[in-house]
Structures are given as structure tokens and as C-alpha cells.
Design a protein around this ligand. Structure first.
Ligand SMILES: Nc1ncnc2c1ncn2[C@@H]1O[C@H](COP(=O)(O)OP(=O)(O)O)[C@@H](O)[C@H]1O
Ligand SMILES: [Mg+2]
Length: 234
């Protein structure tokens, strides 16, 4: 059974339908990527999985559980955490306070979880009392990922973690995505950087205007003529 499955999922903003019947599956232990042009509906897909936006049709299953109509905080409690596009860290809070916000559903301060994040990102450990807003873009991305990890997710959703970061920092972020996956979290990665996404993912989906148009092993997508032309600039 898939860890997450979206079946015919539709979602709208007002009367504009953005997701027009999404079918996808993510299996336990995988890194799956979702690529597509700006405006295709990638972020909307993640928002709908998280329950922030409600699906107007179809269903979303997490294991055996139907989470389609569930409140976002219950979905987090079941083990799905999102790293939103643009990081959305709290600029006036310190690194440690930002991390604690990611564990707000748990009782008490989980110092072991904080130390686990610092082990993954030593860069943050050195800046634990620094305000989030004073961190570099790459450090803010690490903080956003660390905050999501505080909830100990079974499934981590990442929305364009490479956006606006220098190539070396992107390498660093992708290295930690591999590590997070190796330590037991399944990963669903939204990216515009298709080449990086396919290099880290097991499988991928390609989305165009609210629909999945292609699905394959990441290595096969790298060789696909349509993908090469439209997303790899070859
Ligand atoms: N809050 C919103 N209100 C209205 N329309 C939105 C909103 N967010 C996104 N959209 C529209 O939905 C479509 C898909 O957006 P999005 O999911 O953000 O795409 P992507 O993440 O693939 O770039 C776009 O046409 C976008 O303009
Ligand atoms: Mg987006």
C-alpha cells in the first residue's frame, strides 16, 4: 500500500479550478519529485495534501486513512510536514524558537529533536540564538527544513527548496534531503530545478496546468525527449 495516494484530486481558488484531477502515489522510503512550470499547480498540490486548501473532488489517503477533509494540524499530527515555498520562517524569533514552533503539537521542549536538527545542520547550531531574519537564504532554508523535521514527519513535503540559492548551497540542501530520506522520512519534493530533482529522486511526476502528464523513474525522465526540451533546456 502507498504511504500517500491522491486519487482524482481537484482543488480551486474561488471558482477557478487549479487541480484538475491529480493521481499520484508515494511509497514508503521513496524520494518522489514533482516538476512543472511556474503556475502549473505544484504548490497547490502540496497545500491540498496538507489540508490548508480543501479538495473539491477526489480523495487523499495517508496509509489507510482518508485525510481529504482533515484539519491541517491533525494531518501534521499524523506525520505529514511541509516546508513551504519561500521558507516562511519567523524573522524576529531566534533559530531555537523557530525550531520549537515546528514542535508546537508536542508537549514540552524536545531538546533531543533540536539537537538532531543541529547535527544535520551544524550551520544552525552555531547560530542558535540569532534571529531568523538575519540568516542567509541557505540558512533560512535549513531552518525551514529543520522546523518541519521537529514534528518527526513520516512524509516530508518540500516546496522548491533550491529557489534563489547559489549552486553550492543547493548542493548542500540536496545532500541533506538524501540524508533525511536515509534516516527514514519519505520525501515529496517540488522543484523547478528539474535536473537537481531527478538527481536525488527515485521517481518523478510532471505537471502541466493542473494535470499530471508524465510519470516515470527519475532516470527515465532524464532521458525523456519532452522533459529534455521543456524542463532540462537541452
Ligand atoms: N491564493 C491563490 N488565489 C488565487 N489563485 C491562486 C492562489 N495561489 C495560486 N493561484 C493560482 O493557481 C495556479 C497554480 O499556482 P501554484 O500552485 O502556486 O503553481 P506552482 O507552484 O506550480 O508555480 C496559478 O495560476 C496561480 O496563479
Ligand atoms: Mg509553487
Amino acid at each position: 500500500m502507498a504511504l500517500l495516494s491522491c486519487q482524482g484530486v481537484e482543488a480551486s481558488y474561488g471558482n477557478i479550478k487549479v487541480l484538475k484531477g491529480i493521481d499520484l502515489e508515494i511509497n514508503q522510503g521513496e524520494i518522489v519529485c514533482l516538476i512543472g512550470a511556474n503556475g502549473a499547480g505544484k504548490s497547490t498540490t502540496l497545500m491540498t495534501i496538507c489540508g490548508i486548501l480543501k479538495a473539491s473532488a477526489g480523495r487523499i489517503l495517508f496509509g489507510e486513512r482518508d485525510i481529504t477533509a482533515m484539519a491541517p494540524e491533525r494531518i501534521v499530527g499524523l506525520g505529514i510536514s511541509q516546508v513551504p515555498e519561500g521558507r516562511r520562517i519567523f524573522p524576529r524569533m531566534t533559530v531555537v524558537e523557530n525550531l520549537m514552533m515546528g514542535a508546537y503539537l508536542q508537549k514540552g521542549v524536545d531538546t533531543r529533536a533540536i539537537e538532531a536538527v543541529f547535527k544535520l545542520f551544524p550551520e544552525l547550531s552555531e547560530r542558535r540564538s540569532q534571529k531568523g531574519g538575519t540568516l542567509s537564504g541557505g540558512e533560512q532554508q535549513m531552518l525551514a527544513i529543520g522546523r518541519a523535521l521537529m514534528a518527526k514527519p513520516k512524509l516530508l513535503l518540500l516546496d522548491e527548496p533550491s529557489l534563489g540559492l547559489a549552486p553550492l548551497v543547493v548542493e548542500r540542501i540536496f545532500e541533506t534531503i538524501r540524508q533525511i530520506n536515509a534516516e527514514g522520512s519519505t520525501v515529496f519534493l517540488v522543484e523547478q530545478n528539474a535536473r537537481m530533482a531527478f538527481s536525488v529522486a527515485d521517481r518523478g511526476y510532471v505537471m502541466e496546468t493542473g494535470k499530471i502528464v508524465l510519470e516515470d523513474e527519475a532516470s527515465a525522465l532524464l532521458d525523456n525527449e519532452m522533459v529534455k526540451t521543456a524542463y532540462l533546456g537541452e
